[in-house]
Design a protein. Structure first.
Length: 222
């Protein structure tokens, strides 16, 4: 694979480092290009829904990445993922992926009876639950999705502290679960520590999405 340019489109600075690290690990010969609009989440919360102007702002960022020669585009914000999910690769010429599209596909492939979805924001938990349930439905299967929100994880934290907050919240869950899904890129730095102390798979968006980008760029099957 020749040198490639991967555009990361983010709505919070907290998502950039985990996404960039995952892309660099999966595609060593890549250059990461960051496009950031750090008002997207705040404005979405203020509006209470995805308005046309907000959608247009994300679409402009995607078009900018494509016009700038990106070989792959990854949205790191789950709540704007729909702006990537409905794009046509045949028109764009490259893969444009939502933050959790590849993550949800991977989750469904495990055929879990129960999913534990972990988020730091109520809005992210609600949005991801709806979208993950839709992916299961599209695959002709159903699952039980239980979400846990960890507000402390919404702040910038060192990885050990982030992992500790998430692990403590997960330990309090009484419902059965077969897989843990980290709903936001900002939670991904804790994934490895959680895997070391959890008997079920722990999936994070950046590593799954980066692997999917790599496969698309080099023409490998899923």
């Amino acid at each position: 694979m020749n040198d490639v340019k991967i555009a990361l489109i983010s709505a919070t600075p907290l998502a950039i480092a985990p996404a960039a690290a995952a892309v660099s690990a999966a595609i060593p010969n890549s250059t990461v290009w960051n496009l950031l609009d750090d008002r997207l989440l705040a404005d979405l919360k203020q509006q209470g829904e995805m308005t046309e102007p907000l959608a247009a702002r994300m679409d402009i960022l995607i078009e900018s990445a494509l016009a700038g020669g990106a070989d792959g585009v990854l949205l790191t914000c789950s709540q704007y993922g729909v702006r990537a999910d409905h794009r046509d690769p045949a028109i764009d010429g490259v893969g444009v992926f939502s933050a959790d599209g590849p993550l949800f596909e991977k989750t469904v492939s495990l055929a879990p009876a129960n999913v534990l979805l972990v988020a730091s924001l109520d809005s992210a938990a609600a949005d991801s639950t709806v979208r993950l349930r839709a992916v299961f439905a599209a695959a002709g299967t159903t699952t039980n999705i239980h979400s846990v929100v960890v507000p402390a994880a919404s702040e910038p934290l060192a990885t050990p502290e982030l992992a500790a907050h998430l692990a403590a919240a997960i330990a309090e869950v009484s419902e059965a679960y077969d897989v843990v899904v980290l709903a936001q890129y900002s939670l991904a730095p804790a994934a490895e520590a959680l895997r070391e102390n959890t008997t079920v798979p722990v999936l994070d968006g950046p590593s799954v999405a980066a692997a999917r980008l790599r496969d698309v760029i080099d023409g490998s099957p899923r």
